[in-house]
Design a protein around this ligand. Structure first.
Ligand code: FAD
Ligand code: AMP
Length: 480
């Protein structure tokens, strides 16, 4: 007879593994099926995020940031470094160690919480049965509740087919074994900008080709303008309105290169790179995850169709994370995982999809929550704005991290905060206080009446809140 569980989760990424742990904490007999195999041929839990996503990219962003700092950022502090050398192999090994420790940690958490970890490819059949295929060995398991958390994969372009070590996706770009002289990045989205930044800091000449004519359309455009200027200053060559037309591998003096043609307002352009990173987005993993008998519906964009509670069209079958609508972010998937676990045991749970923070881990970082100014304008909302530049922050000055600003948008009549946008050092950490404030329905005045430690970067959030009412202290404000 098939092993029967209260809950079976397909996928052990940040959506699936968090869901599994929470289900087990709630006393449910839980199994989590995952098929991720690392380059060493070993099972590795944690999905995209831990293996080839958030974690390895942040490891390399940190290391490359230190490398750049050691080369040119320490003199302002009176520190002279005579020779800085890059040991890329050691940097990569460190990244791999971070990944290995964290992925092993998920295994330990599964054990401690008594989650049964099943290795193999899961496929949902009818009647909440799941077929698991592992090296031609097949088993069937079943459960009262099924949760699909199969995640997403990089979108591939037929005109830029992945070609070993030349045309790569984000996974390939996290593992170059030498610093390429010239790198092309297709797509100025979050992943393209982060990976482009890593290699630029390590010495590559990086050109980013972006089809759209607006830079970072999802971000507040005031922040996006600042970001573009700062990236340009750093040497990142971002070309907007540049649509990829074709790629071709050429060989010059035994060296393989990628010839790229793209179209911009002046017509067809050609450029040659040593490596091309394709970062044009991600698509939900729905192939072979469920049988037609499982009777699930895909939405118009190919995601598994779910409601706000992550319920699919079939009772007792849920889907969470990148495989369903909403931002493709690890924390969004994890929250959905926790929500579904609570719902299964009959508790109340909900997610405020309006308040999911977004971060771009370039330097400076960009982070935001809520509405952008352009969204408020388009909706005809009455809003007021308070901004505060880090150049006026004592802590930012002391740290030598003066780029960027905090911007708070609040409703003109109620003063309720509608959006917070930060570009600056540690924006990923600073945004958390804005999320909490907005989750609690705070007004800009509430933040302005809160005491912030001095000196801290967070004081810029305080000052931006004061600025909404024209009473920021450390910048000139309009007279009342
Ligand atoms: P995944 O993490 O993709 O996990 C799905 C798991 O399911 C995988 O292990 C997969 O092998 C397994 N699976 C799929 N199908 C089956 C099957 N049929 N049977 C068994 N197992 C199966 N997000 C952030 O929030 N912050 C960041 O800084 C960030 N940085 C990123 C950087 C990069 C380079 C990339 C590529 C992504 C980044 N993301 C980031 C996005 C983040 O990684 C994803 O949003 C997140 O991993 C989605 O989680 P998930 O659990 O839905 O899916
Ligand atoms: P994201 O959706 O954040 O992952 O970003 C992907 C980016 O790639 C988007 O800004 C797209 O506009 C861009 N993009 C997609 N296809 C192409 C293409 N063929 N040429 C250039 N940019 C592209």
């Amino acid at each position: 007879m098939a092993d029967h569980y209260d809950v079976i989760i397909i996928g052990a990424g940040p959506a699936g593994y968090v869901c599994a742990i929470r289900c087990a904490q709630l006393g449910l007999k839980t199994a989590c099926i995952d098929n991720w195999i690392n380059p060493q041929g070993k099972k590795s839990l944690g999905g995209t995020c831990l293996n080839v996503g958030c974690i390895p990219s942040k490891a390399l962003l940190q290391s490359s940031q230190y490398y750049e700092l050691a080369q040119q950022g320490l003199e302002q502090h009176g520190i002279k470094v005579s020779s800085v050398e890059l040991d890329l192999a050691a940097m990569m090994q460190r990244k791999e160690k971070v990944v290995a420790e964290l992925t092993a940690g998920i295994g330990a958490l599964f054990k401690a919480n008594k989650v049964t970890s099943i290795t193999g490819r899961g496929r949902l059949l009818a009647d909440k049965k799941v077929e698991v295929l592992n090296n031609k060995h097949k088993i069937i398991v079943s459960a009262e509740n099924i949760i699909i958390a199969s995640g997403s994969s990089s979108v591939e372009l037929a005109i830029a087919p992945l070609t070993e070590n030349l045309i790569v996706d984000s996974t390939g770009a996290l593992a170059f074994d030498s610093v390429p002289e010239k790198i092309g990045v297709i797509g100025a989205g979050v992943i393209g900008l982060e990976l482009g930044s890593v290699w630029r800091r390590l010495g590559s000449q990086v050109t980013v080709l972006e089809a759209q004519d607006v830079f970072l359309p999802v971000a507040d455009q005031q922040v996006a303008r600042d970001a573009k200027r700062l990236y340009k200053k750093q040497g990142l060559d971002i070309r907007l309105n540049a649509r990829l037309l074709n790629t071709q591998i050429s060989s010059v003096k035994n060296k393989q290169q990628v010839e790229v043609s793209y179209e911009d307002e002046k017509g067809e352009q050609k450029i040659i790179f040593d490596k091309l990173i394709v970062a044009v987005g991600r698509k939900p993993n729905t192939d072979n995850v469920f049988d037609s008998e499982a009777d699930l519906i895909l939405d118009e964009r190919g995601f598994i169709h779910v409601n706000d509670q992550c319920e699919t069209s079939q009772p007792g079958v849920y889907a969470i994370g990148d495989v369903v609508r909403g931002p493709m972010l690890a924390h969004k998937g994890s929250e959905e995982g926790m929500m579904v676990a609570e719902l299964i045991v009959g508790k109340y749970a909900a997610i405020n999809y309006d308040l999911i923070p977004a971060v771009i881990y370039t330097h400076p970082e960009i982070a935001w929550v809520g509405k952008t100014e352009q969204q408020l304008k388009a909706a005809g909302e009455n809003y007021q704005v308070g901004t505060f530049p880090f150049v006026a922050s004592g802590r930012a000055k002391a740290a030598g991290e003066t780029a960027g600003m905090v911007k708070i948008l609040s409703h003109s009549e109620t003063d309720r905060i509608l959006g917070v946008h930060i570009i600056g050092s540690h924006a990923s950490e600073l945004i958390a206080q804005a999320v909490i404030a907005m989750e609690l329905g705070a007004s800009a005045e509430d933040i302005s009446l809160t005491v912030f430690a001095h000196p801290s970067l967070a004081e810029a959030v305080h000052e931006a809140a004061l600025a909404v009412d024209n009473r920021a202290i450390h910048i000139m404000q309009k007279k009342h």
